[in-house]
Ligand binder design. Structure first.
Ligand SMILES: [Zn+2]
Length: 360
């Protein structure tokens, strides 16, 4: 039996001052005699979520295989208050991290699935369209309820972004994933891959910088989510500059997508598309930048409380994780100032409880 804990503060998102106890790793609102008070005052936020990151990839697409290296990445997220993350594709097996009680809960999407030579070398399982259904089933069984497709990437013959999959292959693959009980998401930067993915009933779009008003309307109608990864989109001008000489059309596309990225996020939010916070950490992007992503969503036009919800309670409920409620696993971050009023509060977590244990 672990020691019972007691916290008092403003419980979010409801905003009411309450006393909360933790017993056997779970929240309860029933007083627990003898509980140790570990936090008094402040704001109690359901653990943050990074809805798009990668544990197991280092700069240059290098695979991280050793437990210490994997731990270091996941721990950087947790230090930032991220108590759950959706791993949007990893080329290595990170299951050993599930036995580390101080690391975030990881919800996996298996390994990226791409068409041959149409993604960062060495990261994806690369298959032809007629093998897509089989591979989607395989990755659905490797993951924790998600499958990740690469929807578009540069086509070197065309010199620009282009879709990777015919619409019929997508329809069959997404239906197969749903049969396996998994949701599907796809990397897309450009526009052309989006109608096929959304029309096939995909559950989420990653990045989504190429969304148009019509596509946003269709997503809103279907309830398709978007994870804009604005921390990643900041690198688009760099991608454009790197591709400029060999692929000028691609470079110009990337600059255009960058220029419209904030407006796309605002339009999606205003149309009612569920928007969630993800940093795309892993590879060249450092882990632990969730506060930057929340501020970027706010700068793009989400009200501060909505940007916070996109990284906390709303993201948790989308991923099937409870918040601060009777009987729920005790995952909470405490701040001295109200993070709804001041998103910079996210930089300064005062206390963190994960799986019912004080971890910071
Ligand atoms: Zn990613």
């Amino acid at each position: 039996m672990s020691t019972a804990l007691h916290l008092a503060g403003v419980v979010l998102p409801e905003g009411e001052h309450r006393d909360v106890w933790v017993r056997d790793g779970r929240f309860t609102f029933e007083p627990v005699p003898g509980a140790e008070t570990v936090s008094r005052g402040g704001w109690l936020l359901p653990g943050l979520v990074d809805a798009h990151c990668h544990v197991g990839i280092a700069p240059g697409g290098v695979h991280v295989e050793d437990l210490a290296g994997l731990r270091e990445q996941a721990l950087a997220d947790r230090v930032a208050g991220v108590l759950a993350l959706r791993d949007c594709g990893a080329p290595v097996d990170t299951r050993a991290l599930d036995d580390e009680p101080d690391l975030p809960r990881i919800i996996r999407a298996g390994q990226h699935i791409a068409a041959p030579r149409r993604y960062i070398r060495g990261l994806a399982v690369e298959v032809e369209p007629d093998e897509l259904v089989e591979q989607v089933r395989a990755q659905a069984r490797r993951g924790d309820g998600w499958v990740k497709l690469v929807g578009d990437w540069i086509d070197r013959a065309q010199g620009d972004l282009a879709p990777e999959w015919p619409a019929e292959a997508l329809a069959a693959a997404i239906a197969a994933a749903h049969e396996e009980g998994a949701r599907v998401t796809a990397h897309t930067f450009g526009t052309d891959a989006l109608p096929g993915l959304i029309g096939a009933g995909i559950d989420c779009i990653e990045h989504g910088t190429g969304l148009t008003e019509d596509l946003i309307g269709e997503m809103a109608g279907r309830g398709t989510a978007v994870v804009p990864t604005l921390v990643n989109v900041e690198h688009f001008p760099g991608f454009a500059a790197a591709g400029e000489k060999k692929f000028p059309a691609y470079a110009s596309t990337m600059r255009r997508l960058y220029a419209q990225s904030g407006a796309v996020v605002r339009a999606a939010f205003e149309a009612g598309v569920p928007v969630f916070a993800g940093t795309d950490a892993g590879g060249s992007i450092a882990h632990g930048l969730i506060a930057d992503e929340v501020r970027a969503l706010h700068a793009a036009g989400l009200p501060a409380e909505e940007a916070l919800a996109a990284a906390s309670w709303r993201a948790r409920s989308w991923l099937g994780l409870p918040c601060i409620e009777e009987g729920a696993p005790a995952d909470v971050v405490v701040y001295d100032t109200d993070p709804r009023a001041d998103l910079d509060s996210l930089q300064r977590p005062r206390r963190m409880i994960l799986r019912g244990r004080v971890v910071a």
